[in-house]
Write a protein that binds this ligand. Structure first.
Ligand SMILES: *Cc1c(COP(=O)(O)O)cnc(C)c1O
Length: 438
């Protein structure tokens, strides 16, 4: 394929040009061009527009990051205004006014006591930072032997080696297993007894666990597996009683997806460490944050350059452009009453899914918390790729969906309208009919 040494021949399509030079994540590049990828050129509202001018409702929020739609005038204005001041300045040993403003605004709403924010650019890094902070927290406090982590079955926390170690592997990450550190694993949300089992193990391992890590309410990448708020709360309480730190990974559930600003709120949790990412800038710019409680933070105070210091940081952590957009985004969530709209649209989805999707042949389960929805298909045999085919059918009808195996994920922007909800269900209904039968 690499025959032209960077010189393009006339008439090459965007897909050909893309496949010649771009390496796409989670994608087999030998098959990339044959799987009808969309090459997006611009967007309007909740629609992506490809290089040929075709429009697609972004029903996966550009892989779970977009919240208010694309090209939001207020966010665009915040970005431009900040660009006129400064795009980026380092957060290592120095500060930036807009990052201070963002941290102040977030401090008022995150479910963490006396919160302190360590900014980075990716969700996986927010988790990686939380891991290292939890580990060093016990070292700094002079408590020996508290170096292990409890994570749940089916967990996903990102793709760096640390976050991958917490994740429950599966076929995609099996090759990296020799690089990963071992964790204490108890069942995930697919097991109705998961909370009791986790609580028992937390109790038994109290003296060796640094922290418990979980995705409150929804294990997203596992295929939208859902837990009850009550069960999650019980595990949080078990951590408190055992004196084990609780790390809530709200990279996916944060910023309104489940109907509250954070899923931890519904579970009555006040985690010691909270991981934020994805929706934090409304889907505009790469930003994430690890939020530490005052109790955790203060364990790192000590003499200048002393061993209590957290020696960790990323070049683009606390990027000013991202901070300006995140600050305006947080204001808009309030001003536009986005959470009320999420709950309304979630109820509409629930009704339509019940009427037209759940219980039909080929559908094993429909799972939903707010605007995080998984429709699990039940193909009659292996290798039929129903998830992939149903989503391809929806894309043909102008609704962008992407499966996790045989789970069709619906995770639209939080500002989706009633008419657009119907458009998603119509496309899914028709695509299901074509692939699964009617
Ligand atoms: C997406 C995700 C991550 C990783 O975030 P990236 O920005 O992709 O690195 C971590 N945890 C959860 C729960 C996620 O859904």
């Amino acid at each position: 394929m690499v025959h032209n040494r960077g010189v393009r021949s006339v008439g090459e399509s965007w897909v050909e040009r893309d496949a010649a030079v771009v390496w796409h994540g989670f994608t087999q590049m030998a098959a990339y061009a044959d799987n009808a990828p969309l090459v997006i050129e611009r967007a309007e509202g909740r629609e992506l527009i490809d290089a040929d001018g075709r429009r697609y409702l972004d029903a996966i929020s550009s892989l779970w990051v977009n919240t208010l739609g694309h090209g939001v005038p207020e966010l665009n204005a915040a970005l431009v205004a900040q660009a006129g001041k400064v795009a980026h300045s380092t957060m290592l040993g120095n500060g930036n006014t807009v990052v201070v403003e963002l941290a102040e605004a977030l401090a008022a709403v995150v479910p963490v006591d006396e919160p302190h924010f360590l900014f980075a650019a990716d969700g996986a890094v927010a988790v990686e930072q939380a891991l290292k902070i939890a580990f060093q927290y016990w070292v700094n406090r002079g408590v020996a032997g508290r170096g292990s982590f409890l994570a749940l079955g089916d967990a996903y926390h990102g793709d760096t080696i640390g976050s991958l170690s917490l994740g429950d592997g599966g076929v995609f990450s099996a090759v990296f297993e020799p690089l990963c550190f071992p964790v204490v694993r108890t069942p995930g949300y697919a097991d109705p007894g998961w909370a009791a089992k986790a609580c028992a193990v937390i109790d038994a391992h109290a003296g060796t666990l640094a922290a418990v890590v979980l995705e409150p309410l929804v294990q997203g990448a596992a295929g939208m597996l859902c837990a009850s708020a009550d069960d999650v709360r019980k595990v949080g309480e078990a951590c408190r009683e055992a004196g084990v730190l609780l790390i809530c990974d709200e990279v996916a559930t944060g910023f309104g997806r489940t109907g509250t600003l954070f899923a931890s709120e519904q579970c009555g949790l006040r985690p010691d460490l909270l991981c934020l990412g994805k929706g934090i800038t409304g889907g505009y710019l790469a930003m994430s944050a690890t939020v530490a409680s005052g109790e955790v933070f203060s364990a790192f105070l000590g003499p200048d350059l002393g061993p209590q210091t957290f020696f960790h940081g990323h070049s683009y952590g606390g990027n000013a452009l991202a901070a300006a957009v995140a600050l305006e985004h947080l204001r808009l969530i309030g001003e536009w009453e986005v959470l009320a709209s999420v709950r309304e649209r979630a109820a509409q989805f629930a009704t339509l899914l019940e009427e037209r999707v759940a219980g039909r042949a080929g559908v094993r389960a429909v799972r939903q918390r707010g605007l995080m929805i998984g429709v699990e298909l039940e193909p009659p045999g292996p290798g039929l790729r129903w998830g992939r085919r149903v989503c391809a059918g929806a894309v043909e009808r102008g609704v962008l969906l992407r499966p996790l195996g045989d789970v069709v994920v619906i995770m639209p922007p939080l500002t989706i309208t009633g008419g657009e909800v119907v458009r998603v269900i119509d496309a899914l209904d028709t695509a299901l009919g074509d692939v699964v039968g009617r």
